[in-house]
Write a protein that binds this ligand. Sequence first.
Ligand SMILES: [Zn+2]
Length: 147
Amino acid sequence: MSEKIYPICKFCGATFIPLKDMTAEEAETYALGQCDCEDAKEYRKKENNIRKLKLYIDDFENYCTSRDSKLTEEIKTIMLNSGRMIINNEIEAVNIKVSPINIKISMNSNGNIVLNFTYKDSKKTEVVWCLSLLLMKIKIRTYSHYW
Ligand SMILES: [Zn+2]
């Protein structure tokens, strides 16, 4: 019989009762998801922000495709890496210009990662915000004006 693995918070050491047999990795994830200590909350917030960032980048890629612009793997990597640095408070915001699109990644006052971009051609300007009001949901507002 193998020894039972208990979920232990890696930050504060709180131990939780496992609901089922878990691997060491599952136990760690479970503890981080359950613990009420500040470090675990901070960790969950960062993980959520990284998940959102990835969704935003996917969504942005769809947007680019719909505008006949190709989002390269290199640019996606830059967006992901700089977004991670923002989430880790290493940098405040980044602007990436890939004409005709201007991308901005930043953090709002609630500590949520925000991606917004502006598409501009001779006929119109679109400002698109990817922001999450509900966890794991993307809300996009598009303002277009023609002149
Ligand atoms: Zn903890």
